[in-house]
Design a protein around this ligand. Structure first.
Ligand SMILES: *Cc1c(COP(=O)(O)O)cnc(C)c1O
Length: 390
């Protein structure tokens, strides 16, 4: 079956009630047919649900679908994207271990690496995506993981996954390559196909796609997921059955939604590039993107996020955002509704100006999460706001 079909047809086995759509399993625990079955499930001799902190039919269905889409062996679902990203570190790293991370990563992930993990003896080094040679220079004998996002938020810089998984992985096979694939989604980009070990996601974004629930997932090599299982069982960041049920339904329409997000975003990017009040536009599938060829190689479409720099800095950025009539100002992304964000004053306000500029965020930068509205309405709102922003 093709991936669109699998996302619809992967389903928890029907109960004796013969339901068509998977029911919601709101149960904290599960019963055993007899004492012997309880013993065997606890001993890992047979598979079975024990307690919803460990597994639940709804979370299993959601995980199975993401594994199908990412081409992963196994996975674990979490209460939020940050719980997933945190577990992908904390479930595998020990005191003394070192992480090499690309600089342009999600704000809370940056806080983990720079503030929380050093307290536990886990250190990290940041590198810039535009200097691939920096990666090898940053690797030490203690390096256990390489972490990155591609495309990055909000600068939309890319990391060459094929290069990473051939050149670097061959030389350092023991280093775990961990990719946050939230911006692209597995529909547009499949890091595991290149040899990446782990993929993490905020399911809050495109997987839900309608701005309703938080969720996270980590998928990848079976032995790594097994190692992380200890962490999820004993620390309890599990996804709720309700969120898993909703997210599994949402995945049925992920390909359809992403096709529309991408075609709308490309139109927005092209329109912005032609506007005289705009200094620069970044979108992976615009030929002006410095890594356009790489984007075409490792992504099937350019994604739903467009970042641009308005002429006149924060002053005009504010005028633009306030002039929008349909598009609302929020820090979220990946919603059916288009959203405008000013990263320098909100999501990335904790970074210094020079840290922001090193990852392509300027006072006039605006990130647009292009939604599923009719493209004519999106373009009309952005053009009228641009006119009022000078
Ligand atoms: C939103 C986001 C996260 C965190 O996810 P939550 O569900 O908000 O906890 C992590 N990485 C990226 C790239 C994100 O966009």
């Amino acid at each position: 079956m093709k991936q669109e079909t699998k996302l619809i047809r992967t389903q928890t086995p029907r109960t004796q009630n013969r339901e068509h759509s998977t029911p919601l399993y709101l149960t904290s625990s599960f019963v055993f047919d007899d004492a012997e079955q309880g013993r065997a499930i606890f001993a890992d001799e047979i598979e079975g649900n024990i307690y919803s902190r460990y597994s639940n039919p709804n979370t299993t269905e959601f995980i199975d679908k993401v594994c199908e889409l990412e081409g992963a062996e196994d996975g674990l679902a979490f209460a939020s994207g940050m719980a997933a990203v945190f577990a992908s570190f904390a479930g595998l790293l020990n005191s003394g271990d070192h992480v090499v991370a690309y600089r342009a990563i999600f704000g809370s992930t940056h806080q983990l690496l720079t503030t929380l993990f050093p307290r536990w003896g886990i250190t990290s080094t940041y590198i810039d995506a535009e200097n691939p040679a920096d990666l090898e220079a940053a690797i030490t004998p203690a390096t256990k993981m390489i972490f990155l996002e591609t495309p990055s938020n909000p600068g939309l810089e890319l990391v060459d996954l094929e290069w990473l998984c051939t050149t670097i992985k061959q030389k350092y096979p023991h280093i775990i390559i961990n990719v946050d694939n939230c911006f692209a989604t597995p529909y547009l980009q499949k890091p595991i196909a290149y040899g990446v070990d782990l993929v993490s996601h905020s399911a809050t974004k495109y997987m839900d796609g309608q701005g309703r629930v938080l969720g996270g997932i980590v998928v990848g090599k079976k032995e790594l997921i097994k190692e992380m299982l200890f962490f999820i069982r004993h620390t309890g960041p599990a996804m709720s059955a309700f969120n898993a049920w909703l997210l599994s339904k949402s995945l049925e329409t992920l390909p359809l939604r992403m096709d529309r997000h991408c075609s709308n975003a490309l139109s927005v990017a092209q329109m912005l590039e032609a506007n005289e009040n705009v200094e620069l536009v970044r979108y992976p599938f615009l030929p002006s993107h410095p890594q356009y060829n790489l984007a075409k190689k490792q992504m099937t479409q350019g994604g739903g996020i467009v970042t641009f720099i308005i002429k006149g800095g924060f002053n005009n950025a504010k005028k633009f955002m306030d002039a929008l009539e349909m598009i609302l100002i929020s820090s979220n992304l990946g919603d059916s509704r288009s959203i405008a964000t000013h990263p320098a004053s909100t999501t990335h306000s904790k970074l210094s100006e020079s840290e922001r500029e090193s990852i392509g965020i300027f006072a006039g930068s605006i990130r647009v999460s292009v939604g599923l509205e009719n493209i004519d309405d999106i373009l009309a709102d952005i053009s009228q706001a641009l006119q009022k922003s000078v």
